[in-house]
Design a protein around this ligand. Structure first.
Ligand SMILES: N[C@@H](CCC(=O)N[C@@H](CS)C(=O)NCC(=O)O)C(=O)O
Length: 214
């Protein structure tokens, strides 16, 4: 079987692409990656050619395209179940917190887009963004099980893939967190696979400085 190809957006900006890229790495699934630079005149045509949904990430495998970050993570978890907690009840809860990020917290996402080349600096946050920041920390506090490791459910899981871009937003927008949440974000941002992505983002030369994209 040909190696799957993961089409991604700019590493600097594409928070959605980061999630399945981490999951494929953690699952030990060999894949090729292909970048479609975003926000260029030719981006739309390239996105539509690669992805039925017209967005990245998209995984090309077995002659089909799977788009949507969570769908790609689930594809990876079918190949390597280590990506979710082993206990079915805890796994259900891990899926809840993952789905909450996938479909929510839009105030934070809109006001504080991931930009891995942004110099960390605070901005004034409106009430809706503050509510998201409080809600995310409350969810983390409610579910955290650090027994088997420092991640949300102990060992690394897809939930951590979904909150790694959140940790990056919190860092780059210098958002103050409670100590346990800060420690969790520090763990995510020190992860070796994330560091590989982050380092590659620093070497990208795809956008004018200061440009950012949600
Ligand atoms: N729900 C989708 C969202 C994907 C998405 O919005 N991707 C952005 C890049 S981060 C995109 O492709 N935008 C199209 C554009 O910039 O024209 C997912 O989880 O994959």
């Amino acid at each position: 079987m040909d190696r799957p190809v993961l089409h991604i957006g700019n590493k600097q900006l594409s928070s959605w692409s980061l999630r399945p890229w981490l999951a494929l790495r953690k699952a030990g699934i060999a894949f090729d990656e292909h970048m479609i630079p975003l926000d260029r005149p030719e981006s739309r045509a390239a996105l539509e050619a690669a992805s039925p949904g017209g967005t990245v990430p998209v995984l090309e495998t077995g002659g089909v395209a799977i788009w949507d970050s969570l769908a790609i993570c689930e594809w990876a978890a079918e190949r390597n179940p280590i990506l979710w907690p082993a206990d079915p009840d805890i796994r259900g809860q891990a899926r809840s917190v993952t789905a909450a990020m996938h479909s929510g917290y839009s105030a934070l996402r809109n006001a504080c887009p991931m930009d891995l080349r942004r110099t960390a600096a605070p901005v004034t946050l409106d009430d809706a963004v503050r509510r998201d920041v409080v809600a995310i920390q409350a969810v983390w506090a409610a579910v955290r099980r650090s027994g088997d490791g420092p991640f949300l459910f102990g060992r690394w899981s897809i939930a951590d893939a979904f909150y790694t871009p959140v940790a990056a937003r919190f860092h780059h927008f210098a958002i103050e967190l409670d100590p346990a949440s800060q420690a969790y974000c520090d763990t995510l941002l020190a992860d070796e696979d994330y560091r590989d992505w982050f380092d590659a983002a620093q070497r990208e030369d795809l956008l004018p400085p200061g440009h950012s994209h949600a």
